[in-house]
Design a protein around this ligand. Structure first.
Ligand code: HEC
Length: 257
């Protein structure tokens, strides 16, 4: 059994592959540009960082008016433990259930003496959930709907892209184990990358690192697959030649001497 290799391809087939890969390459440049424009300035400084990814998916949850007041002007009215309880509630997404359970009692005993709308003072109302969460809208990152949309577009798009590129790349000659690994890697990396968007948003900021790692790995395999294919297609003569073995028009591969 012999498999097709680039040496078996006609020039038109090679041209088709080459220009397909060329367009993919241009598309890839635009993808990088988008990351640069869209994500790398999330933290206010150029260059993609873990902080950028966190702000994009989790949001910038610190620096709300409530937190500022807790470490600033209102410092005298709370203990450190109360302050960190409130802060971690905000960072975990400020749920209403948790508010009623742990936050409300703190506010009632420590803050409502003054922050009570009934007193008519011109200071923020801290007596109910809506009023408290409105105190500096918390930035929770890209909304779920956006993440669902971007995830499904990426999964379909990337799967098709790497399937087609992989079809071309398998025509290359190389140790078979190496080839199998390079074919699989991008699919695993995409799953890790996109899965990590969700983990970053809902579990821990640590996953911003796997977002970056996943993206870097499939970017790298994209380049490897394209360059190896391009090189072998046009410049590599192959280590086998086809030998004519029968009247049925059959060939077999034999190593070049
Ligand atoms: C003794 C009365 C008093 C208590 C107790 C008090 N505050 Fe205040 N708070 C004020 C006053 C007065 C202001 C307005 C001060 C200003 O803007 O300079 C204020 C302002 C604030 C603001 C708005 C800050 C801003 O961004 O302008 C927040 C938020 C706040 N307090 C939270 C709290 C929390 C949380 C507690 C309980 C841990 C608390 N306060 C306890 C009197 C109080």
């Amino acid at each position: 059994m012999s498999y097709r290799r680039f040496t078996d391809c006609s020039v038109s087939e090679k041209l088709l592959y080459t220009f397909f890969m060329l367009l993919l390459g241009v598309g890839y440049v635009f993808a990088m540009l988008l990351i640069f424009i869209d994500t790398s300035y999330e933290d206010g400084t150029p260059g993609l960082s873990v902080e950028d990814i966190n702000i994009k998916y989790r949001g910038n949850r610190s620096g709300t008016r409530l937190e500022q007041a807790l470490i600033g002007k209102m410092k005298a009215y709370r203990t450190n433990k109360e302050s960190s309880t409130i802060t971690s509630w905000i960072h975990k997404g400020a749920s209403e259930a948790e508010f009623n359970k742990t936050i409300k009692p703190i506010l009632q005993t420590k803050c409502l003496i003054c922050h009570n709308p009934a007193l008519g003072l011109n200071i923020p109302d801290l007596s109910n959930y809506e009023a408290v969460t409105a105190l500096g809208k918390m930035d929770m990152g890209d909304p779920v709907a956006v993440l669902v949309r971007v995830s499904h577009i990426h999964l379909f798009g990337m799967a098709i892209m790497f399937y087609l590129l992989g079809r071309i790349f398998v025509l290359a000659e190389m140790p078979v184990l190496l080839k199998r690994i390079i074919v699989i890697i991008p699919f695993a990396a995409i799953l890790i990358d996109i899965g990590s968007w969700w983990f970053t948003k809902y579990t821990s900021p640590v996953f911003a690192y796997t977002v970056m790692a996943g993206g870097a790995v499939f970017g790298f395999t994209f380049v490897v697959q394209s360059l190896v294919s391009f090189y072998q297609m046009w410049f590599y003569k192959g280590s086998f030649k086809n030998q004519y073995i029968g009247s049925g028009g059959e060939y077999r591969r034999i190593p070049k001497e």
